[in-house]
Design a protein around this ligand. Structure first.
Ligand code: SAM
Length: 278
Protein backbone atom coordinates (compact mmCIF):
# COMPACT_ATOMS: atom_id res chain seq x y z
CA UNK A 1 0.00 0.00 0.00
CA UNK A 2 1.17 3.53 -0.78
CA UNK A 3 1.17 5.92 2.18
CA UNK A 4 -1.14 8.90 1.75
CA UNK A 5 1.76 11.37 1.98
CA UNK A 6 3.59 9.52 -0.81
CA UNK A 7 0.46 9.35 -2.93
CA UNK A 8 -0.11 13.09 -2.51
CA UNK A 9 3.52 13.87 -3.30
CA UNK A 10 3.52 11.74 -6.47
CA UNK A 11 0.21 13.02 -7.79
CA UNK A 12 1.28 16.64 -7.17
CA UNK A 13 4.55 15.99 -9.00
CA UNK A 14 2.80 14.46 -12.01
CA UNK A 15 0.18 17.23 -12.08
CA UNK A 16 2.77 19.97 -11.91
CA UNK A 17 5.02 18.45 -14.57
CA UNK A 18 2.46 17.23 -17.10
CA UNK A 19 -1.00 18.58 -16.25
CA UNK A 20 -2.23 15.02 -15.71
CA UNK A 21 -4.64 14.92 -12.83
CA UNK A 22 -4.59 11.56 -11.08
CA UNK A 23 -7.28 12.28 -8.52
CA UNK A 24 -7.84 9.95 -5.61
CA UNK A 25 -7.92 6.18 -5.39
CA UNK A 26 -5.39 5.34 -8.08
CA UNK A 27 -3.07 3.46 -5.70
CA UNK A 28 -3.10 0.37 -7.88
CA UNK A 29 -2.21 2.37 -10.99
CA UNK A 30 0.62 4.21 -9.23
CA UNK A 31 2.05 0.96 -7.95
CA UNK A 32 1.72 -0.86 -11.25
CA UNK A 33 3.44 1.95 -13.15
CA UNK A 34 6.01 3.14 -10.61
CA UNK A 35 7.38 -0.06 -9.09
CA UNK A 36 9.09 -0.86 -12.45
CA UNK A 37 10.49 2.71 -12.49
CA UNK A 38 11.83 2.27 -8.96
CA UNK A 39 13.38 -1.06 -9.93
CA UNK A 40 15.00 0.44 -13.03
CA UNK A 41 16.79 2.86 -10.66
CA UNK A 42 17.87 -0.01 -8.43
CA UNK A 43 15.39 0.97 -5.70
CA UNK A 44 13.30 -1.46 -3.75
CA UNK A 45 9.97 0.38 -3.84
CA UNK A 46 7.88 3.51 -3.99
CA UNK A 47 9.03 4.89 -0.63
CA UNK A 48 12.66 4.90 -1.85
CA UNK A 49 11.54 6.48 -5.10
CA UNK A 50 9.76 9.28 -3.25
CA UNK A 51 12.78 9.81 -1.00
CA UNK A 52 15.08 10.26 -4.04
CA UNK A 53 12.55 12.41 -5.89
CA UNK A 54 12.48 14.75 -2.91
CA UNK A 55 16.22 15.25 -3.35
CA UNK A 56 15.41 16.82 -6.73
CA UNK A 57 16.43 14.06 -9.15
CA UNK A 58 15.28 15.60 -12.45
CA UNK A 59 15.68 12.52 -14.65
CA UNK A 60 13.83 10.38 -12.15
CA UNK A 61 10.99 12.93 -11.98
CA UNK A 62 10.75 12.86 -15.75
CA UNK A 63 10.70 9.03 -15.79
CA UNK A 64 7.93 8.99 -13.16
CA UNK A 65 5.88 11.51 -15.14
CA UNK A 66 6.25 9.58 -18.37
CA UNK A 67 5.34 6.34 -16.65
CA UNK A 68 2.07 7.87 -15.48
CA UNK A 69 0.96 8.88 -19.00
CA UNK A 70 -1.67 6.75 -20.66
CA UNK A 71 -0.52 6.00 -24.19
CA UNK A 72 -3.61 4.08 -25.25
CA UNK A 73 -4.27 4.71 -28.94
CA UNK A 74 -5.31 2.93 -32.09
CA UNK A 75 -5.44 3.41 -35.82
CA UNK A 76 -8.34 5.56 -37.11
CA UNK A 77 -9.63 5.95 -33.55
CA UNK A 78 -13.41 6.54 -33.58
CA UNK A 79 -13.38 6.18 -37.40
CA UNK A 80 -16.09 8.84 -38.03
CA UNK A 81 -13.90 11.89 -37.41
CA UNK A 82 -11.46 10.65 -40.02
CA UNK A 83 -14.23 10.02 -42.55
CA UNK A 84 -15.76 13.43 -41.87
CA UNK A 85 -12.45 15.19 -42.22
CA UNK A 86 -11.96 13.70 -45.65
CA UNK A 87 -15.45 14.46 -46.88
CA UNK A 88 -16.11 17.89 -45.50
CA UNK A 89 -13.17 19.65 -43.90
CA UNK A 90 -10.10 18.85 -45.94
CA UNK A 91 -11.40 19.53 -49.50
CA UNK A 92 -12.03 23.29 -48.98
CA UNK A 93 -8.67 23.66 -47.24
CA UNK A 94 -6.90 21.99 -50.17
CA UNK A 95 -8.83 24.11 -52.65
CA UNK A 96 -7.79 27.29 -50.83
CA UNK A 97 -4.14 26.21 -50.93
CA UNK A 98 -4.01 24.91 -54.49
CA UNK A 99 -1.52 27.63 -55.51
CA UNK A 100 0.87 27.34 -52.58
CA UNK A 101 0.46 23.54 -52.33
CA UNK A 102 1.47 23.63 -48.69
CA UNK A 103 -0.27 22.15 -45.69
CA UNK A 104 0.76 22.18 -42.03
CA UNK A 105 -0.56 19.59 -39.59
CA UNK A 106 0.18 19.10 -35.89
CA UNK A 107 -0.69 16.02 -33.91
CA UNK A 108 -0.34 17.27 -30.33
CA UNK A 109 -0.51 13.95 -28.43
CA UNK A 110 0.83 11.48 -30.96
CA UNK A 111 1.56 8.65 -28.54
CA UNK A 112 2.98 5.67 -30.46
CA UNK A 113 2.13 7.10 -33.90
CA UNK A 114 -1.13 5.44 -34.88
CA UNK A 115 -2.92 8.80 -35.10
CA UNK A 116 -0.44 10.69 -37.30
CA UNK A 117 -0.04 7.66 -39.57
CA UNK A 118 -3.83 7.23 -39.84
CA UNK A 119 -4.15 10.85 -40.91
CA UNK A 120 -1.40 10.49 -43.51
CA UNK A 121 -2.80 7.21 -44.91
CA UNK A 122 -6.19 8.86 -45.20
CA UNK A 123 -4.74 11.85 -47.07
CA UNK A 124 -2.76 9.65 -49.41
CA UNK A 125 -5.71 7.42 -50.25
CA UNK A 126 -8.18 10.24 -50.78
CA UNK A 127 -5.99 12.92 -52.38
CA UNK A 128 -3.20 11.30 -54.42
CA UNK A 129 -2.30 14.71 -55.87
CA UNK A 130 -0.89 15.62 -52.44
CA UNK A 131 2.22 13.62 -53.33
CA UNK A 132 3.39 16.79 -55.08
CA UNK A 133 2.57 19.05 -52.12
CA UNK A 134 4.77 20.11 -49.27
CA UNK A 135 3.08 18.68 -46.21
CA UNK A 136 4.73 19.58 -42.96
CA UNK A 137 3.57 17.18 -40.28
CA UNK A 138 4.74 17.69 -36.72
CA UNK A 139 3.81 15.11 -34.10
CA UNK A 140 4.56 15.72 -30.43
CA UNK A 141 4.10 13.98 -27.11
CA UNK A 142 5.50 14.25 -23.60
CA UNK A 143 6.56 10.59 -23.61
CA UNK A 144 9.96 9.89 -25.19
CA UNK A 145 9.26 6.16 -25.10
CA UNK A 146 6.03 6.57 -27.05
CA UNK A 147 7.76 8.86 -29.55
CA UNK A 148 10.59 6.38 -30.06
CA UNK A 149 8.03 3.71 -30.92
CA UNK A 150 6.20 6.11 -33.24
CA UNK A 151 9.40 6.91 -35.08
CA UNK A 152 10.21 3.24 -35.47
CA UNK A 153 6.67 2.62 -36.73
CA UNK A 154 6.56 -1.08 -35.79
CA UNK A 155 3.23 -2.44 -34.57
CA UNK A 156 2.29 -5.85 -33.22
CA UNK A 157 -0.32 -8.08 -34.80
CA UNK A 158 -2.72 -6.99 -32.04
CA UNK A 159 -2.10 -3.30 -32.75
CA UNK A 160 -2.61 -3.55 -36.50
CA UNK A 161 -5.85 -5.40 -35.89
CA UNK A 162 -7.18 -2.41 -33.97
CA UNK A 163 -8.77 -0.05 -36.48
CA UNK A 164 -6.43 -0.52 -39.42
CA UNK A 165 -8.20 -1.76 -42.57
CA UNK A 166 -6.51 -4.83 -44.03
CA UNK A 167 -6.06 -3.01 -47.38
CA UNK A 168 -4.03 -0.28 -45.66
CA UNK A 169 -1.97 -2.89 -43.83
CA UNK A 170 -1.14 -4.60 -47.11
CA UNK A 171 -0.49 -1.35 -48.95
CA UNK A 172 1.55 0.64 -46.46
CA UNK A 173 3.23 -1.83 -44.06
CA UNK A 174 6.01 -4.39 -44.37
CA UNK A 175 6.20 -7.49 -42.23
CA UNK A 176 9.24 -7.45 -39.93
CA UNK A 177 10.30 -9.91 -37.17
CA UNK A 178 8.50 -7.89 -34.45
CA UNK A 179 5.30 -7.26 -36.36
CA UNK A 180 4.45 -4.76 -39.09
CA UNK A 181 6.43 -1.65 -39.94
CA UNK A 182 4.90 1.31 -41.72
CA UNK A 183 6.77 2.25 -44.88
CA UNK A 184 9.73 4.56 -44.63
CA UNK A 185 8.04 7.33 -46.64
CA UNK A 186 5.46 7.68 -43.81
CA UNK A 187 8.09 7.61 -41.08
CA UNK A 188 10.07 10.28 -42.90
CA UNK A 189 6.98 12.39 -43.49
CA UNK A 190 6.38 12.96 -39.77
CA UNK A 191 8.70 15.05 -37.65
CA UNK A 192 8.44 13.72 -34.08
CA UNK A 193 9.38 16.00 -31.19
CA UNK A 194 9.09 15.78 -27.46
CA UNK A 195 6.78 18.51 -26.21
CA UNK A 196 4.91 19.11 -23.00
CA UNK A 197 1.59 20.81 -23.71
CA UNK A 198 2.02 22.79 -20.49
CA UNK A 199 5.05 24.50 -22.00
CA UNK A 200 4.97 27.26 -24.61
CA UNK A 201 4.45 25.89 -28.09
CA UNK A 202 3.72 29.00 -30.17
CA UNK A 203 7.13 28.59 -31.82
CA UNK A 204 5.69 25.66 -33.80
CA UNK A 205 3.95 28.22 -36.04
CA UNK A 206 0.53 28.22 -37.73
CA UNK A 207 -1.37 25.05 -38.61
CA UNK A 208 -4.22 24.12 -40.92
CA UNK A 209 -5.10 21.05 -38.87
CA UNK A 210 -4.41 20.36 -35.20
CA UNK A 211 -5.25 16.92 -33.85
CA UNK A 212 -5.45 17.12 -30.08
CA UNK A 213 -7.26 13.97 -29.18
CA UNK A 214 -7.82 12.16 -25.91
CA UNK A 215 -5.24 14.07 -23.91
CA UNK A 216 -7.05 17.11 -22.49
CA UNK A 217 -9.51 14.76 -20.78
CA UNK A 218 -6.81 14.09 -18.19
CA UNK A 219 -6.22 17.80 -17.49
CA UNK A 220 -7.72 20.28 -15.01
CA UNK A 221 -10.07 22.90 -16.57
CA UNK A 222 -7.53 25.76 -16.27
CA UNK A 223 -4.91 23.87 -18.22
CA UNK A 224 -7.45 22.76 -20.83
CA UNK A 225 -8.39 26.38 -21.38
CA UNK A 226 -4.79 27.55 -21.55
CA UNK A 227 -3.84 24.92 -24.10
CA UNK A 228 -6.92 25.33 -26.29
CA UNK A 229 -6.58 29.11 -26.35
CA UNK A 230 -2.93 28.87 -27.30
CA UNK A 231 -3.92 26.49 -30.09
CA UNK A 232 -6.56 28.95 -31.31
CA UNK A 233 -3.87 31.54 -31.93
CA UNK A 234 -1.98 29.01 -34.05
CA UNK A 235 -4.80 28.01 -36.41
CA UNK A 236 -4.99 29.30 -39.95
CA UNK A 237 -8.29 31.14 -40.61
CA UNK A 238 -10.01 28.11 -42.12
CA UNK A 239 -8.13 25.55 -40.02
CA UNK A 240 -9.59 23.32 -37.36
CA UNK A 241 -8.82 21.48 -34.16
CA UNK A 242 -10.04 17.93 -33.82
CA UNK A 243 -10.59 16.69 -30.29
CA UNK A 244 -11.38 13.17 -29.11
CA UNK A 245 -14.91 11.90 -29.59
CA UNK A 246 -15.88 12.53 -25.96
CA UNK A 247 -14.20 15.95 -25.70
CA UNK A 248 -15.58 19.44 -26.14
CA UNK A 249 -14.56 23.10 -25.85
CA UNK A 250 -17.94 23.99 -24.38
CA UNK A 251 -17.65 25.55 -20.96
CA UNK A 252 -13.88 25.85 -21.41
CA UNK A 253 -13.32 28.59 -23.98
CA UNK A 254 -15.37 30.59 -26.46
CA UNK A 255 -12.54 31.04 -28.94
CA UNK A 256 -13.82 28.16 -31.06
CA UNK A 257 -17.05 27.30 -32.75
CA UNK A 258 -18.19 23.85 -33.63
CA UNK A 259 -17.87 22.95 -37.31
CA UNK A 260 -21.49 22.16 -38.05
CA UNK A 261 -20.66 19.96 -41.03
CA UNK A 262 -19.17 17.45 -38.59
CA UNK A 263 -20.84 15.32 -35.98
CA UNK A 264 -17.49 14.70 -34.35
CA UNK A 265 -15.65 17.03 -32.01
CA UNK A 266 -14.21 19.44 -34.56
CA UNK A 267 -13.80 23.14 -33.94
CA UNK A 268 -12.73 26.18 -35.96
CA UNK A 269 -12.15 29.70 -34.76
CA UNK A 270 -15.17 31.54 -33.37
CA UNK A 271 -15.95 34.44 -35.70
CA UNK A 272 -12.35 34.29 -36.88
CA UNK A 273 -11.40 36.50 -33.95
CA UNK A 274 -8.08 35.44 -32.63
CA UNK A 275 -7.23 36.90 -29.28
CA UNK A 276 -3.70 37.28 -28.06
CA UNK A 277 -2.39 34.07 -26.48
CA UNK A 278 -2.04 33.83 -22.75
C1 SAM B 1 -4.52 8.51 -24.44
S1 SAM B 1 -3.16 8.99 -25.42
C2 SAM B 1 -3.98 9.62 -26.86
C3 SAM B 1 -3.23 9.34 -28.12
C4 SAM B 1 -3.93 9.77 -29.40
N1 SAM B 1 -4.03 11.20 -29.49
C5 SAM B 1 -5.29 9.14 -29.51
O1 SAM B 1 -6.30 9.84 -29.38
O2 SAM B 1 -5.37 7.93 -29.74
C6 SAM B 1 -2.64 10.48 -24.58
C7 SAM B 1 -1.23 10.92 -24.94
O3 SAM B 1 -1.03 12.21 -24.38
C8 SAM B 1 0.31 12.30 -23.93
N2 SAM B 1 0.40 13.36 -22.92
C9 SAM B 1 -0.02 13.34 -21.64
N3 SAM B 1 0.27 14.49 -21.02
C10 SAM B 1 0.90 15.28 -21.93
C11 SAM B 1 1.45 16.58 -21.89
N4 SAM B 1 1.43 17.33 -20.78
N5 SAM B 1 2.01 17.07 -23.02
C12 SAM B 1 2.05 16.32 -24.14
N6 SAM B 1 1.56 15.08 -24.25
C13 SAM B 1 0.98 14.56 -23.15
C14 SAM B 1 0.59 10.92 -23.38
O4 SAM B 1 1.97 10.65 -23.31
C15 SAM B 1 -0.16 10.03 -24.38
O5 SAM B 1 0.69 9.56 -25.39
Amino acid sequence: MIEKAEYDFLSALVLQRSGLSLGAGKDYLLEARLIPVAQSWGLSGIDDLVRDLKKGNERMASAVTEAMTTNETLFFRDKTPFEEMIKTLIPPILEARRHTQRLRVWCAAASTGQEPYSFLMMLKDSFPELDRWKIEFIATDISSQALARAQEGIYSQFEVQRGLPIQSLMKYFNQVPDGWQIQESFRKAVSYRKLNLLDHFGHLGKFDVILCRNVLIYFEPDNKQLILERMATMLSEDGFVMLGAAETVMGITNMFERRRECRSATYGLAGKVVHAGR
